[in-house]
Design a protein around this ligand. Structure first.
Ligand code: SF4
Length: 362
């Protein structure tokens, strides 16, 4: 079945239902559909998480992108429309810390109006460190955001404070999560990066809290993102070990993925206590089903979290190019994509000058 792209005046080729998941959309060299776009709206962040932006390297005087190099909301919306026209069904707003970008609800309402190539509403979500969520949960929900993911690595103030690099208190993040639930941004997901020797003792207390709070906790294997966090393999707590930890405390069972390309392995508490997920990029790579593209705050398109370089969409956006030319630019990037970093990870690859996670939106 051929479907006209959702991009006015543009027909990359009539979007075909692809073999990846049977829905309309372009595919890459490994047959993976383009379904998920992560949009970094700023490289700025008020935290200095040790696994992303270690304070000793990115100090208080670190120079972030100058304003004129950052995409405007109109440019972001135009670029997002091009991606949606090619098959994207999920938009995740990221940073740095996206809630530090002024007037973010305005961008959210611009994106909330988009429809997928199949005509359905997009899954519009956002990842935040939660520091400003108590104040902004309602405005971003009213603007059309569907759900939210909050990063929280421990309930212990000393452990969390050390990991976020600025001693930010747990209570303020928990207030933000409660405000998000009150605003209907559900299900709230909580991402916890687990690093051996730092916070593995926080795993079970976090799981107990998440069961009570009704949030979906996802444990993330510590990754060699960027080139500044001093990553070491022996600091990774493997997914297998995390699952064993959880099963020692509660009856659990594997749950089926909700869709092809879902990042987290889902597990259900057999006692009705909800579910949790494990994101195992290091020990159980999932590149074969990776449907994600990223756009940085300065308009670079990246086809992998561990990319060394990107494609300059900002130049196209500011060159007077038509929407059709912009969409062709994006389609050609995806059509040439062959990334599978996590499958190829080695001591050598982890030393590559990879783009920092905060600069491309995680
Ligand atoms: S390593 Fe790259 S290709 Fe593999 S899952 Fe992650 S982002 Fe996708």
């Amino acid at each position: 079945m051929a479907i006209r792209s959702g991009f006015p005046g543009y027909h990359v080729a009539m979007l075909q239902a692809n073999e990846f998941d049977g829905r309309p959309g372009v595919t890459d060299t490994l047959g993976r559909a383009l379904r998920d776009l992560r949009i970094s709206v700023t490289d700025r962040c008020n935290f200095r998480c040790t696994y992303c932006m270690p304070r000793e390297i990115f100090g208080r005087d670190y120079e972030f992108l100058p304003r004129d190099q950052v995409l405007s909301f109109e440019e972001i919306a135009r670029l997002a429309r091009a991606f949606v026209g090619l098959g994207v069904e999920k938009l995740r707003i990221t940073g740095g810390e996206p809630l530090v970008r002024r007037d973010l609800p305005d961008l959210i309402s611009m994106l909330a109006g988009l429809r997928s190539a199949g005509g359905t509403a997009l899954d519009l979500t956002l990842t935040t460190n939660g520091s400003a969520l108590r104040a902004l949960a309602r405005p971003i929900a009213d603007a059309g955001l569907r759900r939210v993911t909050v990063s929280l690595d421990s309930l212990d103030d000393a452990v969390f404070g050390a990991m976020n690099g600025i001693d930010f208190p747990v209570a303020k993040v928990l207030d933000g999560i409660a405000a998000a639930q009150d605003a209907g941004l559900a299900p709230v997901k909580v991402n916890m990066v687990v690093r051996r020797g730092i916070n593995e003792t926080s795993v079970l207390p976090m799981a107990a809290w998440a069961r009570d709070a009704g949030v979906i906790l996802r444990f993330i294997e510590y990754m060699d993102v960027g080139h500044s966090n001093g990553w070491r393999l022996d600091e990774v707590v493997p997914a297998r070990e995390l699952v064993e930890m959880l099963s020692s405390a509660w009856p659990i069972e594997p749950a089926d993925p909700l869709y092809r390309g879902e990042v987290a392995d889902r597990w259900r508490y057999a006692d009705g206590g909800g579910e949790f997920g494990v994101i195992a990029s290091v020990t159980q790579p999932f590149c074969r089903d990776c449907t994600r593209a990223r756009v940085s705050a300065d308009g670079k398109v990246y086809t992998c979290l561990f990319a060394v370089d990107g494609h300059d969409a900002r130049a196209i956006l500011r060159s007077g190019a038509t929407d059709a030319e912009l969409a062709t630019f994006v389609e050609e990037i995806w059509a040439r994509r062959g990334d599978r970093y996590s499958e190829l990870r080695s001591a050598a690859t982890s030393r590559l000058p990879k783009v920092e996670m905060f600069a491309m939106g995680g």
